[in-house]
Ligand binder design. Structure first.
Ligand code: NAD
Length: 428
């Protein structure tokens, strides 16, 4: 049983990279702690008149390069350690894609599935009341994360504008299109990852039509990625959600899977009702039901974890057959698994690069909020592609020059950019 936590896993990679880039004396501890950790309990009135209290956090890791930026998650397991690790990763991520932000993250320890919609709205508004002095377009700009969505962002913006008596569409991103959102934000994470994968496949002179892809997670990131890959001619051989997965050597049609998922709640919905499956029909269609663990170890070329953290570990890494791993999820690979993949020659495109499309289009939304402009789909897509490919190029160059893995190279690129800004500001 591993005793590591999200933050100790972040620190392990951080310190490996800091040693490799040979900083000046005393600089090795520069990124050990966040600049600010804000913690408060927030209280809401529940429907029956009683009070409910939740722990809430906002961790602001580093703002040398611009306002803090990072999502807010509502989850029963949200805790300071996890939020700290995610805030640290955001600082690296915004620097890797070279957008003018620092890194932050927020969390409320709550299960929104146990609340009414009115109570969720109250939690959102109370969060802003608790932390508004530390938020704002020039200070810290939150966004959606696990279990938070565009409605919650709209309530948060409204609450902030009420408290501060300002018009501040740029205080938060991931808002509804009708309330200051940007086109393209909903598919941005998948599109960003797709641009990088496509570039890698091109440069390696591989044929998308020969590439078999397995995707864990069929939500915003995973389902959109499955559709993009399918449209581009890749063979999506497996997808999964929390209830398990489906595999077909011939390839599956993600649009069809999406249709059944919205009808039945599961990617296996075409063939199975709960644990009971129509085996005859599955055989006829050459389809098999698989577990999430089996999906990770399938015989395929590209593996895309797009659900949970900590799923590729030293226990299963040497059974992973894919030669390329694109991390759409945050933190799916432990540092020990990274070591195994390096020895096996498996290329891992790390989360801080692969899933940075989301925060990049959040930056576009922030810019539009500040300028009053409204960009078109084409403008967003073209600029997203440019940002992602520039970041990929910088990471690839660093990896080659310094003999690093892509994760180490991405950290190195990010850290060097942060150090440059910290130097200008006289912090070091
Ligand atoms: P989502 O809630 O839309 O989808 C999550 C998917 O994971 C669902 O299909 C769910 O069924 C599945 N899942 C849950 N538990 C699972 C389990 N035990 N095994 C397999 N699948 C399981 O979330 P999302 O926005 O797609 O985010 C997925 C990952 O991508 C997270 O790690 C998130 O931090 C990361 N990410 C998302 C974005 C974004 O813009 N959506 C940006 C950056 C990173």
């Amino acid at each position: 049983m591993s005793t590591s936590t999200p933050f100790t896993r972040f620190q392990k990679t951080l310190h490996t990279v800091l040693q490799k880039i040979k900083l000046e004396d005393g600089q090795n501890t520069l990124f050990d702690d966040p600049q600010f950790v804000h913690k408060k309990d927030i209280t809401i009135q529940s429907g029956n008149g009683s009070e409910k209290k939740f722990h809430a956090f906002r961790v602001q890791y580093n703002n040398a390069r611009g306002p803090f930026k990072g999502g807010i998650r509502f989850h029963p397991d949200a805790n300071e350690d996890e939020v700290k690790a995610l805030a640290a990763l955001m600082s690296i991520k915004t620097a890797v894609v070279n957008i003018p932000f620092g890194g932050a993250k927020g969390g409320v320890q709550v299960n929104p599935k146990h609340l009414t919609s009115k109570e969720v709205q109250e939690v959102a508004r109370e969060y802003v009341k608790a932390f508004h002095e530390n938020l704002g377009p020039d200070i810290d700009c939150p966004a959606p994360d696990v279990n938070t969505n565009s409605d919650i962002m709209a309530w948060m913006r409204d609450e902030y504008e009420k408290i501060t008596r300002t018009y501040s569409p740029a205080m938060i991103t991931g808002k509804p299109l009708s309330f200051g959102g940007s086109v393209g934000r909903d598919t941005a994470t998948a599109r960003g990852g797709f641009f990088i994968l496509q570039e890698m496949v091109d440069r390696l002179a591989l044929d998308p039509g020969d590439m078999r892809v397995a995707i864990q997670g069929f939500g915003n990131a995973g389902a959109n990625m499955a559709q993009l890959l399918h449209q581009a001619g890749y063979i999506v051989v497996a997808v999964s959600d929390s209830q398990g997965g489906i595999y077909s050597q011939e390839g599956i049609d993600p649009i069809r899977i999406s249709k059944y998922k919205s009808k039945t709640g599961s990617v296996t919905g075409e063939y199975c009702e709960g644990s009971v499956c129509d085996i005859e029909r599955m055989k006829m269609d050459d389809v098999a039901k698989i577990s999430n663990e089996e999906l990770l170890e399938l015989d395929c070329d590209i593996l895309i974890p797009a659900a949970l953290d900590n799923v590729l570990t030293k226990e299963n890494a040497n059974r992973v057959k894919a030669k390329y791993i694109l991390e759409l999820a945050n933190g799916p690979t432990t540092p020990e698994a990274d070591d195994v993949f390096e020895k096996m020659g498996t290329r891992v495109i790390p989360d801080v690069l692969a899933n940075a499309g989301g925060v990049t289009v959040s930056y576009f939304e922030w810019s539009q909020g500040r300028s009053g402009e409204q960009w078109t789909d084409e403008q967003v897509d073209e600029r997203l592609k440019r940002v992602m490919l520039d970041a990929y190029k910088a990471v690839r160059r660093e990896a080659r020059r310094e003999h690093m893995t892509y994760r180490e190279a991405a950290f190195a690129v990010g850290i060097k950019r942060m150090l440059d800004a910290m130097q200008v500001r006289g912090w070091i």
